[in-house]
Ligand binder design. Structure first.
Ligand code: PMV
Length: 323
């Protein structure tokens, strides 16, 4: 083999925020306006192979040539590792839907960061890896540590204090995320544009930003105490505050579909019946429900009538090299 050609493969799990990231203090560097807390989902993964030194740049998604926008973003990410890089081949595949509000950009950029650095022969410090993943997609830095993770807003203009780190490992707590897929298809407005519109036009922007750090402290305390009711309450509060800034933007951002509200209603009915279940939604229509592992089958069954399908996912680990 040509000694200049090196290949590396990494896998990463998507993550779902329990305290939400919505808004950028620096758009170019993807520095967040607020800190956030997440849980990695072990049952789903992105697997990415980077070959450093190919005949020409090529990007494959799920075995087929990727669309132009996807390919451009993936290649630009490897330019961040080395602006004078050789041609590369990127092969990536998700075992879950791409671009439907299911956090595929988080696992995608986490795996690409790790595989790209390894293929390029860069041995990056965790802070530098976090910085690089964040520049690809903000939430991607939270998929690097996996498990329960916190991504601090930070204050520094260079972003070196805006890093994701572990709060607790995946086996800390036997909880599940039940994902209720209620609509298919890509999202209408991308998160970068949605965040900018919310920040520029929603009258609820300042309260959203001003209350988020306390939500982060509350969530971390709840995770530490394994207190699901406490975590669920702050997760729902963060979720509905974030969506309030979307709904009150001009023009409004409405990521929900009729099935979204039907799923939220089903979850609330279940909670009234005594089951500990709490909801969150991102920049898309799907509803993710947090509950104890023992309650997950009952939660999924209750959501079946209003969802296209449901998936029960356990906590997952960090991004890692597999070859
Ligand atoms: O990583 P991005 O830029 O696609 O932002 C995702 C933001 C939300 O999913 C809506 C919330 C979050 O914290 O993951």
């Amino acid at each position: 083999m040509d000694p200049k050609v090196t290949t590396a493969t990494a896998i990463a799990h998507p993550n779902i925020a329990v305290v939400k990231y919505w808004g950028k203090r620096d758009r170019a560097a993807n520095l967040p306006a607020v800190s956030s807390v997440s849980l990695a989902l072990g049952g789903w993964q992105t697997r990415t192979t980077v070959t450093w030194g190919a005949d020409a740049d090529a990007v494959l998604l799920g075995g087929a040539p990727a669309g132009e926008g996807f390919a451009r973003k993936a290649l630009a990410h490897l330019d961040r590792i080395d602006p004078r890089r050789p041609p590369v081949r990127i092969e990536t595949a998700n075992d879950f839907p791409t671009g439907a509000g299911l956090a595929s950009s988080a696992s995608g950029f986490a795996a690409l960061t790790l595989a790209g650095c390894a293929a390029a022969g860069r041995d990056l410090h965790p802070v530098a890896l976090s910085d690089l993943a964040r520049r690809g997609s903000g939430s991607a830095c939270r998929s690097l540590p996996g498990g329960w993770a916190v991504w601090r807003r930070g204050e520094r203009p260079d972003g070196m204090d805006s890093v994701a780190e572990a709060v607790a490992p995946p086996d800390w707590w036997d909880v599940r995320m039940v994902v209720a897929v209620v609509a298919e298809g890509p999202k209408a407005v991308g998160s970068t544009e949605g965040m900018a519109r919310s920040a520029a036009t929603s009258p609820y922007w300042a309260p959203w930003v001003d209350t988020s750090e306390a939500d982060v402290d509350e969530a971390i305390a709840a995770i530490g105490a394994r207190d699901l009711e406490r975590l669920g309450a702050v997760m729902e509060s963060s979720t509905f505050k974030m969506h309030a800034t979307m709904h009150t933007a001009r023009p409004p951002l409405m990521y929900w579909q009729p099935g979204t509200l039907a799923a939220v209603r089903a979850a609330f009915d279940l909670r009234e019946a005594g089951v500990g279940v709490w909801v969150t939604m991102d920049a898309g229509p799907q509803v993710k429900l947090l509950c104890a592992a023992a309650d997950a089958p009952r939660v999924a069954a209750a959501l079946e009538p209003v969802a296209l399908r449901t998936v029960i996912l356990a906590p997952g680990g960090g991004a890692r090299l597999v070859s």
